[in-house]
Design a protein around this ligand. Structure first.
Ligand SMILES: N[C@@H](CCC(=O)N[C@@H](CS)C(=O)NCC(=O)O)C(=O)O
Length: 222
């Protein structure tokens, strides 16, 4: 069973029954897709997923969020694919890379870094029991501590990517900002949080001032 439904429209108007629906869980990478939808100004609903349940696996067989159910009933999964799809629904908002093969390659590199280096760096911290056959508290703690070095490595790389700019890709707002923001927030749970990385810290403070981000962050924990 899914827990509850929040109906939403970017302009606060009545939603249409056939709006696309984003399945999310509070604090997860799915919230980046929610920010992307808000920035894109598309019509959408959100629904809190009952992670890992058989019912939710009918939506996403992997049991994880995000999942995006399209107007025609098709379901898309994988955060990057979903954010790309959403951004393409509102090309005028320019939330993707600049045009040209070199720019697209640079942007792909950032998105793949976020999805396949940055995100997995946190897995042993959030689910240490999945990375050891021991159920010993000390063993689980050791796995979490091992994650800190991986997280530091990707946070340093993110800090370098942002550099003196205010964004992750060049100096423009893209879906990469939404993705990096939501995941860098996870460092609040570990000893070395994002305030220790000056460029990331500046980026996070700027994102925290964004009205769309504030709205999603508040609504996604209700
Ligand atoms: N490769 C997937 C990873 C999705 C993922 O790991 N989602 C996490 C939240 S950030 C989740 O749902 N974890 C709970 C679970 O897998 O049961 C993507 O990029 O969408």
């Amino acid at each position: 069973m899914l827990n509850f439904i929040v109906r939403w429209h970017s302009l606060g108007n009545l939603i249409l029954e056939n709006d696309m629906k984003l399945y999310y869980a509070p604090g997860t990478c799915a919230v980046a897709c929610w920010i992307a939808a808000e920035w894109a100004g598309v019509d959408y609903q959100v629904e809190k997923a009952a992670l890992g349940t058989e019912e939710y696996k009918k939506i996403n067989p992997l049991g994880s969020v995000p999942a995006l159910e399209l107007e025609d009933g098709q379901v898309r999964t994988q955060a990057v694919a979903i954010m790309n799809y959403i951004a393409k629904q509102a090309k005028e908002k320019d939330l993707l890379s600049d045009q040209g093969d070199a720019e697209e390659a640079k942007f792909d590199e950032i998105m793949f870094f976020l999805a396949s280096d940055f995100h997995p760096a946190f897995w042993p911290f959030f689910g240490p029991q999945k990375f050891t056959t021991s159920s010993d508290d000390a063993a689980l703690e050791a796995v979490k501590e091992a994650a800190y070095a991986r997280i530091d490595r990707v946070m340093n790389h993110l800090d370098a990517l942002i550099g003196s700019d205010d964004h992750v890709y060049k100096n423009k707002r893209t879906i990469a900002d939404a993705y990096a923001y939501v995941m860098a927030n996870w460092t609040k749970k570990i000893p070395k949080d994002y305030t220790n990385y000056p460029n990331v810290n500046r980026f996070m403070e700027s994102m925290n001032q964004c009205e769309g981000v504030k709205k999603v962050m508040a609504d996604s924990v209700k």
